[in-house]
Design a protein around this ligand. Structure first.
Ligand code: SF4
Ligand code: SF4
Length: 278
């Protein structure tokens, strides 16, 4: 073995740092949870809400279709005739009792599909926990949106910006019956606090991804696609530049969100301390 080979052999450990060095220049993927959270997908199914019409009336008519279709048998509804002098819903009846057992719910959204009045939809909130079985059963008072149309933010739930937006937006993608001819056609009523929700983009050109938060699966899952399925602009050096740009913009957004959240936490702690001293 020559001196050169010996040197090469002795310095071979440097090869071990190659991967580390490669990753040092890439955007950071670690998320400082729970201060910082990754954006939720537009079709994510979270905690339910019972909606109101724009005039404040409840959308639920107590028909029990949601309870009938639920595969986990976790919805309990009882309807009652609307009082003629102060009706709760525009129908003959309204949902007098409405409960969802979250120890059973599998967030399949079949209840959302079955509902004839779009009364029940799912928000994006999934961070909530219970310490006993009865707390896991959400009652109508907890599920029904407030007088401004906003979901009830219960003390044990961790709501973040956007969790109330695009609730069950997927069901509006190709309504009705999945026909592409109806894409982009609004065929549902407005909601108190939000107005008429925008239709989610589907397969046609009639879409507004910015408005609806729709993100193409190809963009989300590009790392898992075969090279021939990746758009030309996202391959090779061009693709690397594109990814670096996207990564930098995402990183900047995350840093800003973390900073704002930390600032809020510090202010809350300071206020609590000041309150304790007073
Ligand atoms: S999301 Fe599925 S499991 Fe949960 S309440 Fe609705 S139908 Fe039942
Ligand atoms: S949420 Fe919809 S499906 Fe369920 S009882 Fe109310 S109106 Fe009927």
């Amino acid at each position: 073995m020559g001196v050169g080979d010996e040197m090469k052999d002795q310095l071979s450990f440097l090869g071990g740092f190659k991967l580390t060095l490669q990753h040092m220049t890439r955007p950071r993927v670690t998320t400082m949870y729970p201060e910082e959270k990754k954006p939720k997908q537009p079709r994510q199914h979270g905690r339910h809400v019972l909606n109101r019409y724009e005039d404040g009336m409840e959308k639920c008519i107590g028909c029990e279709l949601c309870a009938g279709v639920c595969p986990a048998d976790c919805i309990y509804v009882r309807g009652l005739d609307n009082p003629p002098d102060h009706p709760v819903s525009p129908g003959e009846r309204y949902g007098y009792v409405y409960e969802i057992n979250y120890l059973r719910c599998i967030h399949c959204d079949l209840c959302v599909e079955a509902c004839p009045t779009e009364a029940i939809t799912e928000s994006k909130l999934f961070e909530f926990s219970f310490t006993n079985r009865s707390d896991a059963i959400y009652t109508k008072a907890e599920l029904l949106v407030d007088d401004d149309g906003m979901p009830q933010k219960l003390p044990w739930e961790d709501w973040r910006e956007g969790d109330d937006m695009m609730t069950s937006g997927w069901m509006r993608a190709t309504s009705p019956s999945g026909s592409a001819a109806y894409e982009g056609e609004v065929q549902w009523s407005g909601e108190l606090g939000y107005g008429t929700r925008a239709p989610e983009g589907g397969q046609s050109g009639r879409r507004n991804d910015e408005l609806t938060g729709t993100k193409s699966l190809r963009e989300t899952l590009e790392a898992h696609l075969l090279t021939e399925d990746i758009p030309l602009a996202h391959r090779g050096m061009q693709g690397r530049v594109w990814r670096a740009r996207i990564g930098a913009a995402r990183h900047k957004k995350k840093m800003e969100a973390t900073r704002t959240r930390m600032k809020e936490l510090r202010a809350a702690r300071k206020a609590a301390k000041a309150q304790g001293q007073a």
